[in-house]
Design a protein around this ligand. Structure first.
Ligand SMILES: [Zn+2]
Length: 477
């Protein structure tokens, strides 16, 4: 909805003057609380689902949007700073609902985190949701950077076997290696998963999530369906969203959706629907998961009636879905680039997950499942190998045949819904009262999603950054 409360003001003043019968007193406008800024002449795509508006005006005051719409609907306040954007395209700041930003022991930390945040902002990403980390460590570090997207964090939760399944041999391309329980590896990275057993008090998990600053919980692995239901109900009582991996063995995707979870991540996880509950319960580590996925996930099994029934139930319940196709594409490219080929469980998994995931996502879109374009971006390793929102949107258009408009909605309005809570109501669309998070592009992204690369500037909370300024290091914080 594009509204303008400044449009209503002269009308109210006029009515008041007419009511008292005296000549209207000369009104002296009070000075604005803070100077306004008007973006004038751009084609406005506001992310609400409305058609684009040519030659639009968008007025920002402080960190909020005052009004946006046709020139007549949204007057430029006297004294406003005017930015001429004729021939350009104004869209909402992009929302990446799935990133991993902080690796304290190995990879990104400190100043490297700042670089990653600046690079995300330069791409037009003004909000991210971190889907696995130490929320308190991440949020306190992010607070030190001004040139950064808004960052929200989820608290990881997993079952007992994720923490205690012993040291075990795993066949890799390097030979046999001995792996510890996944929770220990995760803690070595600096992340802080919480353990939950079916008889534990879910309110204690929610209280801890709140204490560390998380806005919701992410169910990671090894949770039975009763645990999933109890955690989901407790989180919802506290107003927190619940997301998780598509299947957290032994719980299937269908059971997660039925438990009321808000969203599920990774298209390859729909493979869980192809196993019995007893079979799912035998999968206790990543290697098991990868080998069973490699053995059954194909372009044909993606259309299995059990997978389709679950997608239909997700569509009916409004369970959101993040396919994370770009992350799989990057893994595939790494294997393709190897000159010496040594078969491994991980490679078999990636190749199977890639084709299965694309087919499952096509079915999900066809069946009306709501897509959020989270990328699974990891602030770790070479920059060129990191999944990005831009890459995810391109795959949604090129491989899934979404229109550029539908893909953009998955990274604006629908990604804001995915984030949920209070922040989700203030981001993702250009509307009165929302955060002034905007991206100005020199080319039309609705014609070609690749035009998202043509960022002129990014505004976060009313402050403008240019990509060159962010990437050159002029903006150091
Ligand atoms: Zn992830």
């Amino acid at each position: 909805m594009r509204t303008s409360f400044s449009r209503a003001l002269p009308l109210l003043v006029g009515l008041a003057a007419a009511a008292c019968g005296a000549p209207p007193p000369k009104l002296v406008a009070p000075p604005p609380l803070s100077p306004s800024l008007a973006v004038v002449g751009a084609t406005l795509w506001d992310g609400t689902g409305l058609a684009p508006e040519a030659n639009a005006v968008t007025v920002v005051r402080g960190d909020r949007i005052l009004c946006a719409g046709a020139a007549g609907e949204c007057p430029v306040p006297a004294g406003a700073r005017v930015l001429d954007a004729r021939g350009q395209y104004l869209i909402p700041g992009l929302v990446d609902s799935h990133v991993h930003l902080l690796f304290l022991s190995n990879g990104s930390a400190g100043e490297e985190l700042g670089l990653d945040l600046r690079d995300l902002l330069a791409q037009g990403v003004t909000t991210v949701r971190d889907m696995g980390n130490s929320p308190s460590a991440l949020l306190s570090r992010v607070a030190g950077f001004e040139a950064a997207p808004r960052v929200y964090a989820m608290q990881l939760v997993a079952g007992r076997r994720f923490f205690f399944n012993g040291i075990r041999p795993v066949q890799t391309s390097r030979g046999v290696v001995y792996r510890q329980a996944p929770a220990l590896t995760m803690q070595w990275l600096g992340w802080t998963p919480i353990q939950f057993d079916r008889d534990d008090d879910p309110e204690a998990v929610i209280a801890e999530a709140r204490r560390v600053g998380a806005m919701g919980i992410k169910l990671y692995a090894q949770l039975d369906s009763m645990s999933v239901r109890r955690l989901t109900e407790a989180a919802h009582r506290a107003g927190m969203p619940v997301w998780g991996h598509a299947w957290v063995q032994p719980t299937s995707v269908g059971e997660e959706s039925a438990a009321g979870m808000d969203g599920l991540v990774h298209a390859a996880g729909l493979v869980g629907e192809l196993f019995t509950p007893e079979e799912r319960d035998t999968l206790v580590n990543d290697g098991d998961l990868q080998s069973v996925t490699a053995s059954v996930a194909t372009a044909v099994t993606a259309h299995d009636p059990r997978v389709l029934a679950t997608l239909d139930s997700m569509a009916a319940r409004g369970t959101a879905f993040e396919p994370t196709l770009d992350a799989t594409r990057h893994s595939l490219a790494t294997y393709d680039a190897r000159t010496r080929h040594v078969p491994s469980v991980q490679e078999g998994y990636v190749r199977a997950a890639a084709q299965f995931g694309v087919e499952v996502t096509r079915e999900a879109v066809k069946r009306g499942v709501r897509i959020s374009a989270g990328s699974d971006h990891v602030a770790y390793g070479p920059v060129g190998e990191r999944a990005s929102l831009f890459g995810e949107l391109q795959l949604l258009v090129d491989s899934i045949a979404l229109t550029p408009t539908a893909a953009l909605l998955a990274a604006t309005r629908d990604a804001a819904r995915a984030i949920g809570g209070q922040p989700g109501r203030l981001i993702g669309t250009i509307e009165t009262g929302h955060y002034a998070d905007l991206v100005l592009l020199s080319r039309n992204p609705l014609e070609d999603i690749g035009n998202l690369e043509s960022v002129e500037w990014v505004m976060r909370g009313g402050k403008i950054w240019r990509p060159g300024q962010l990437r050159s290091g002029i903006a150091m914080r």
